[in-house]
Design a protein around this ligand. Structure first.
Ligand code: NAX
Length: 331
């Protein structure tokens, strides 16, 4: 068996972490033969709750989990970590403007970037889940200059899984038969869920477009359903997505760690090089393939007028968020 790796989960006393820790500890993310040291960070008032989570981790009797380190100290939490799930963030409270949320959370991610820079392994892979995920990832990376920018990514996998599932349900096929659905841009309501390049493997491989035979649905209801799914879950559950968010975080990191299967791409927010006319130097969700823990943006997919407008709108929002976030950090 290989040596254990250190994995940090922030927001470890929260609801996404509650599902995510089990997936990781069970070997679903880093592989079934990879022992783990779990480093769990939350804020001081949550330490009692976190200790309850630690008791449950022990009670799960997970053979891969060799040590659990609950802490409120980033210097302890980020020490020598090789993978980081940055889930912890301030939730949006009633009456809070998007701007207030951005400003509170960007400060958290600035501080965590500094801590990663000081204490983590330089090869650490950092997945940002806490919202606004794309811009938090940008700021976190900016304040961790000794770690390559390519090692920071933001989660749009939940949106991808939602989109894939909508198509699978509509076609009545298992969800793993639907591949290469793309989420472009920001993890927000401006994201563009794009099924134009997706395929369906059911008695041969066909494009999702030709299987669905309803282009209007794909450019209206499908897009809207995926864009507003988070709000629909909150309305029904009175709490935000947690089980599905944890599954998506696991899927995202597993693909970084173990690579994407041949012929398939996945979506994640990565530092933009301006591909597809996206603004440069924002964390923009692109289709990527991954090998040896390095992602490559899938190039040269045709973009029609509808897609162009959608990409421009989400890119513009990310540029605005970047400007607001940088203003907060420089103050
Ligand atoms: P919870 O409020 O249940 O848990 C968040 C935890 O983070 C709390 O225990 C809190 O004490 C902790 N925390 C706050 N500040 C911290 C800090 N500075 N250091 C360490 N821990 C800190 O939220 P949960 O439902 O788990 O959601 C977590 C984040 O994920 C939120 O920002 C949420 O908006 C975001 N989401 C992102 C998604 C995505 O697709 N990118 C989807 C799901 C989710 O909405």
């Amino acid at each position: 068996m290989p040596e254990p790796i250190r994995v940090v989960i922030t927001g470890a006393a929260g609801q996404i972490a509650y599902s995510l820790i089990y997936l990781i500890g069970n070997g679903d993310v880093f592989g079934k033969d990879q022992p783990l040291i779990l480093s769990l960070l939350d804020i001081p008032p949550m330490m009692d709750v976190l200790n309850g989570v630690v008791m449950e981790i022990y009670d799960c009797a997970l053979p891969l989990v060799r040590e659990v380190i609950p802490t409120a100290d980033p210097a302890v939490a980020f020490k020598d970590v090789e993978a980081a799930f940055l889930v912890g963030a301030m939730p949006r409270k009633q009456g809070m403007e998007r701007k207030d949320l951005l400003s509170a959370n960007v400060k958290i991610f600035k501080a965590q970037g500094e801590a990663l820079d000081k204490f983590a392994k330089k090869t650490v892979q950092v997945l940002v889940v806490g919202n606004p995920a794309n811009t938090n990832a940008l700021i976190c990376s900016k304040y961790a200059p000794s770690i390559p920018r390519e090692n920071f990514s933001a989660m749009t996998r939940l949106d991808q899984n939602r989109a894939q599932s909508q198509i699978a349900v509509r076609l009545n096929v298992p969800v793993d038969k639907v591949k290469n659905v793309i989420i472009w841009g920001n993890h927000s309501s401006t994201q563009f869920p794009d099924a134009r390049h997706a395929i369906v493997e059911s008695g041969g491989t066909v494009s999702a477009e030709s299987a669905i035979k309803d282009n209007t649905w794909l450019t209206t209801e499908f897009v809207k359903t995926v864009q507003t799914r988070g709000a629909a879950v909150i309305a029904a559950r009175k709490m935000s997505s947690a089980m599905s968010a944890a599954k998506a975080a696991g899927d995202h990191m597993r693909d970084i760690w173990l690579g994407t299967p041949s012929g398939q791409h996945v979506s994640m927010g990565v530092i933009s090089d301006g591909s597809y006319g996206a603004p440069k130097d924002v964390i923009f969700s692109f289709p990527v393939t991954i090998q040896n823990r390095k992602w490559t943006i899938v190039k040269d997919l045709p973009i029609n007028d509808f897609a162009r407008n959608m990409l421009d709108a989400t890119g513009k929002e990310l540029e605005e968020e970047r400007q607001e976030a940088l203003a907060v950090c420089e103050n």
